[in-house]
Design a protein around this ligand. Structure first.
Ligand code: NAD
Length: 486
């Protein structure tokens, strides 16, 4: 059985404890590999390796850093099918999705920041003929990068690529549920000739290896993506140590469908198809999925009928089958969490329009953890089902009458990550986008991503922004130098 290893100082090594835990393939419910149970000693070794690598890496010309990273991107592209298969087995997502979305995005992340760093510059502020100020933006040191299981290599590289491009060394920790592609990335980094210690990866549990990253005094900057409660834990440790923090956390995103969007839909539009994707892609395990669908009353019944019909037709199945549109959810405990929310929805008076239970996929996957895509109606916007993040293939639909009403319902949660608006009324689209409390707004589309744009949530969904220059600013320390001119 395969053993995942830590990657420290360019070497694949076991954890100091010598202990490993099971890694389960969620589609078949069986252990298929073992993961290092790392602790603060492994994190300390990774920090030491990064500390040694930092003086040379931080002054390596950006063009040269860029070349290493482009090479890594090329190797990810070369191994796309292998990585996609590994991602699908580790996470349960359809292999076709991993091949078309996750893995290409991982190489895009490297390529994007490898080239962005060559165009990164800082400002100067002249004070007429008295003085000139210029801002230096130097790498900070060692960056702690902690990522979740839903888009494993995609989100891990989204963090490590800008950190490395900006001249920092990295101590990264992928999710304990999905460590495999980050492990495979180590071999690609070695093949690309990345100097030892620039990227170090420590695998293990969040409350042990992850907490050790948050607490290590040698790591002054931390970027985290995961649940809001975990973000709070990390902040509790890191804030009193005055670490620089970027926290990308949970969401409960609204999809708002105005009545005028139905006319276009009837005429070959893509609102219905995109709303299916924004509801159920990756089994609904994308922080940007729209899990609360608000539909303007005059078209509510028409939308409901068509949406439920199409949801019923979605194929839940073996993630390794090219036919499957939804695969397994990531773990048994996550399956139980999703099913418990479906029970809660019923207790709260919700009516299950389709789905509502575990899916029996049969065959090789008879013991896997699958959920039928579920649509629920009849719930008020302020009940727990509509306030708490489920993070599975479960959406609620609710009618609304006015723009003010839907805005106040949409904004009623603790979250503010993404919002999706469907309307053909240009003025209204911009007005709602301007008012809604959300870090990301999509109008008549979903998941269209330009990597230059700021990415992240408002309220309890996020602290700080990722993406484009925001990320390069985050991973550098601005220093003002004031020079008197006479
Ligand atoms: P999680 O918070 O359980 O874990 C995320 C990472 O943090 C994992 O690597 C985990 O090991 C680590 N961790 C756990 N406890 C820790 C601790 N005490 N100290 C340090 N690290 C710790 O989240 P998850 O279940 O892996 O991911 C699902 C969540 O991630 C959802 O809430 C989802 O909305 C969110 N998410 C947000 C975004 C975004 O961009 N805002 C993107 C993807 C996922």
């Amino acid at each position: 059985m395969q053993r995942v290893q830590n990657y420290i100082n360019g070497e694949l090594v076991g954890p100091v404890s010598g202990q490993y835990f099971d890694n389960v393939n969620p589609a078949i419910g069986e252990v298929y590999s073992h993961v290092p149970d790392s602790d603060e000693r492994d994190v300390a070794a990774a920090v030491e390796a990064a500390r040694k690598a930092f003086p040379a890496w931080s002054v390596t010309p950006s063009e040269e850093r860029s070349r290493y990273m482009i090479r890594i991107a090329e190797l990810i592209d070369r191994d796309r099918d292998k990585l996609a298969l590994a991602e699908s087995i580790d996470n349960g997502k359809p292999v076709a999705l991993a091949r078309s979305v996750d893995i290409p995005r991982a190489s895009r992340n490297f390529r994007f920041f490898a080239t962005a760093i060559m165009h990164f510059s800082s400002e100067s502020h002249p004070m007429e003929d008295t003085a000139i100020n210029y801002t230096l933006r130097n790498p900070i040191g060692i960056a702690g990068c902690i990522s979740p299981w839903n888009l494993p290599l995609y989100l891990f590289t989204w963090k490590i690529a800008p950190a490395m491009a900006a001249g920092n060394c990295v101590v990264g920790k992928p999710s304990e549920l999905t460590p495999m592609t980050a492990y495979m990335l180590c071999e690609l980094c070695t093949e690309a000739g990345l100097p030892p210690g620039v990227l170090n990866i420590v695998h293990g549990y969040g409350d042990k290896a992850g907490a050790a990253i948050a607490a290590n005094p040698g790591i002054p900057v931390i970027t985290f993506t995961g649940g809001t409660r975990t973000g709070g834990e990390i902040a509790k440790t890191a804030a009193p140590m005055f670490k620089k923090l970027s926290l990308e956390m949970g969401g409960k995103n609204p999809t708002i469908i105005f009545a005028d969007s139905i006319a276009k839909e009837r005429n070959n539009g893509d609102m219905m198809e995109t709303t299916l994707r924004s509801s159920f892609s990756n089994q609904g395990e994308i922080c940007l999925c729209g899990s609360r669908i608000f539909v303007e009353s005059p078209v509510y019944e028409e939308f409901k009928e068509e949406f439920v019909t199409r949801t019923r037709a979605l194929r839940v199945g073996d993630p390794l089958s090219e036919e499957s549109q939804l695969g397994a959810v990531v773990s048994k405990s996550h399956l139980e969490k999703i099913l418990s929310y479906i029970s809660l929805a019923k207790q709260e008076g919700g009516k299950i329009l389709c789905g509502g239970s575990q899916a029996d996929v049969g065959g090789r996957c008879k013991n896997g953890w699958f959920v039928r895509p579920t649509v629920i109606e009849g719930l008020p916007h302020d009940c727990r089902t509509n306030q708490e993040e489920i993070f599975g293939p479960v959406v609620t639909i609710m009618p609304f009458d006015t723009e003010d009403e839907v805005l106040s319902c949409a904004d009623s949660t603790q979250y503010g990550l993404a919002a999706i608006i469907w309307t053909e009324d240009l003025t209204r689209a911009h007005r709602v986008a301007n008012k809604i409390q959300s870090g990301i707004v999509w109008i008549n589309c979903w998941m269209l991503r330009d990597l230059r744009t700021p990415f992240g949530g408002m309220k309890n969904s996020g602290l700080g922004k990722e993406g484009g220059l925001e990320a390069l600013r985050f991973f550098t320390e601005p220093k003002n130098v004031c020079v008197k001119l006479s």
